[in-house]
Design a protein around this ligand. Structure first.
Ligand SMILES: [Zn+2]
Length: 62
C-alpha cells in the first residue's frame, strides 16, 4: 500500500516512501520555501533571486 501526502507548499501529491527524499515536500525547493526566507538565503538556488525580491517587497509594503 502506497501512502500519498500533500506537499505543504504547493499541494502536489507526494508519495510517502524512499522515492520522495524531501517528503512531505515534493522537492527541495518547496522545503526551502516552507522553512522561510532565512533558509533560502543560505541555500541560494539559481533563478530564485527575482522571486525572492518580489516576496521581500510584499512584506515591506505591509
Ligand atoms: Zn511542492
Amino acid at each position: 500500500m502506497t501512502r500519498t501526502v500533500e506537499c505543504p507548499t504547493c499541494k502536489a501529491p507526494v508519495t510517502w516512501d524512499d522515492s520522495s527524499p524531501e517528503r512531505p515536500f515534493c522537492s527541495p525547493r518547496c522545503r526551502l520555501i516552507d522553512l522561510g526566507a532565512w533558509a533560502a538565503e543560505e541555500h541560494v538556488i539559481p533563478g530564485d533571486e527575482q522571486e525572492q525580491d518580489v516576496f521581500s517587497e510584499d512584506i515591506f509594503k505591509q
